[in-house]
Ligand binder design. Structure first.
Ligand code: NDP
Length: 448
């Protein structure tokens, strides 16, 4: 609960000004709640209006995206780019194409991104964008026309030293390719303006795997330092079957764990023998089909059409990797009742505040998204470095740097939690560690 007068006042003002932005307010409240002990000790934050400035994006654009479908019909979607904070580097954050995208969703993601990017220790500011366009069921030609139309407006606001978008839900290698092509065409300029690019045109090895792999490097370090254990022999439950979920599953298996579930927006599969990732990747990455196909093809696997039942499957480790607010208090109760010891967030804000409180109160090691899923943006930062150098590093080089970054993020978050007198609470630790660098930069750069 917010007891600090300054934070309470700024939160109330923010809530009044953004009364319909539910997800954004949820993200702000969580950060403010964690920062209370730090803010108490630093009156210069209030004197310089740091929190008031932090919750108001530098700018946010919303624009019409008009495109023509395969039947010749004109379609209109809404596009967004939120440039939240550039105190420590150019704006950086993905683009999400999903029908649930609203101004609030983009703002919450952009706000979270400020602290996540700071935690990576790379010079990256926070931003996010996207559209309510639904890529599902669209032909390649429709995806291309939509991406071209989206970039025809977006190109005015971005640039390699200004704002560097990447992928997120519904935006993978195919979409980044079309977006990059259109930017290059409009600007006549070959530059690292997007990350997650194809390897033939400036992409980084290991970017595809980075968020999922990074999540597991974080969990590995957390288990080692906080419990003296490894992933060997652990049972893992994963939600989602997209980019983050697939590569989280792959690394978990490489580290000796057994992954028994994955899900999509329609349902989940349970495979007590351990998910066959080759089959899963073919269904999701090549065929772009529903996850229910998996149970039809793999003997012993079952399909359930309530995707939140995934949290009822007994496990040691749970990794929500689909979307925001997908793990509720009841799910946390089911996980604890079945003996879960670690929950780490691959998706952004997948656990509700009540779920987090319950997990922490019951001694579960909890890895919050800002820290645990920062491997994707960190590797995007490494892609930017390679583009600036006009040079490519090997998979092993990038993977090694990714692992070092994730191990550092864990320790910085853990140490910050200790400094705040809440040792092991990585929600507090990650928020404080990410905030300190950003607020110091804002203090040094003056008021604007
Ligand atoms: P993908 O589009 O590759 O996959 C998303 C997965 O989540 C799919 O299985 C999808 O199912 C499911 N999903 C999406 N929306 C919903 C919804 N409203 N309800 C239920 N399930 C849903 O996205 P990513 O794997 O890239 O992203 C997953 C999460 O990870 C997001 O929260 C994203 O912000 C976060 N993240 C991603 C990073 C990256 O590098 N890609 C970096 C850091 C965080 P279906 O196919 O049925 O829609």
């Amino acid at each position: 609960m917010l007891t600090n007068e300054y934070l309470k006042r700024v939160y109330d003002e923010t809530a009044n000004r953004n009364s319909t932005d539910k997800e954004f307010l949820q993200a702000v409240y969580e950060v403010f709640d964690s920062l209370q002990p730090y803010v108490e000790k630093h009156p210069e934050l209030e004197a310089n209006g740091i929190m008031e400035r932090l919750v108001e994006p530098d700018r946010m654009v919303s624009f019409r995206v008009a495109w023509v479908d395969d039947a010749g019909k004109v379609r209109v979607n809404r596009g967004y780019r939120c440039q939240f904070n550039s105190s420590i580097g150019p704006y950086k954050g993905g683009l999400r194409f999903h029908p649930t995208v609203t101004r609030s969703v983009i703002k919450f993601l952009g706000f979270e991104q400020i602290f996540k990017n700071s935690l990576t220790s790379l010079p990256l500011g926070g931003g996010k964008g996207g559209s309510d366009f639904d890529p599902k069921g669209k032909s390649d030609a429709e995806i291309m026309r939509f991406c071209q139309a989206f970039m025809t407006e977006l190109h005015r606001y971005i640039g390699a030293d200004v704002d560097v978008p990447a992928g997120d839900i519904g935006v993978g290698g195919r979409e980044i390719g079309y977006l990059f092509g259109q930017y290059k065409f409009l600007k006549n300029n070959f530059t690292g303006v997007l990350t997650g690019k194809g390897l033939a045109f400036g992409g980084s090895l290991a970017r595809t795997e980075a968020t999922g792999y990074g999540l597991l490097y974080f969990v590995e370090e957390m288990l080692k330092c906080m419990k003296g254990e490894s992933l060997e022999g652990k049972t893992v439950v994963i939600s989602g079957a997209g980019n983050v979920a697939i590569y989280a599953a792959q690394k978990a298996m490489q580290l000796g764990a057994k992954v028994v579930t994955m899900s999509d927006s329609k349902g989940y599969v349970y495979d007590p023998n351990g998910i066959n990732l080759d089959v899963m990747k073919h269904i999701k990455e090549v065929e772009r089909a529903r996850i229910s196909e998996y149970a039809k093809r793999v003997p012993g696997a079952t399909y359930g059409d309530n995707r939140s039942d995934v949290w009822k499957i007994p496990c040691d480790i749970a990794l929500p990797c689909a979307t925001q607010n997908e793990l509720h208090e009841d799910d946390a109760k089911a996980l604890v009742a079945n003996g879960v010891t670690v929950v780490a967030e691959g998706a952004n804000m997948p656990s509700t505040p009540e779920a987090i409180e319950y997990l922490l109160a019951h001694g579960v090691l909890f890895g919050p998204a800002k820290a645990a899923n920062a491997g994707g943006v960190a590797t995007s930062g490494l892609e930017m470095s390679q583009n600036s150098q006009r040079f490519s590093w090997t998979f092993e080089e990038v993977d090694k740097k990714l692992k070092e970054i994730m191990v550092n993020i864990f320790h910085n978050s853990y140490n910050a939690s200790k400094d705040c007198g809440m040792e092991g609470n990585l929600v507090v630790g990650a928020n404080v560690a990410g905030f300190i660098k950003v607020s110091n930069a804002m203090l040094a750069e003056g008021i604007f």
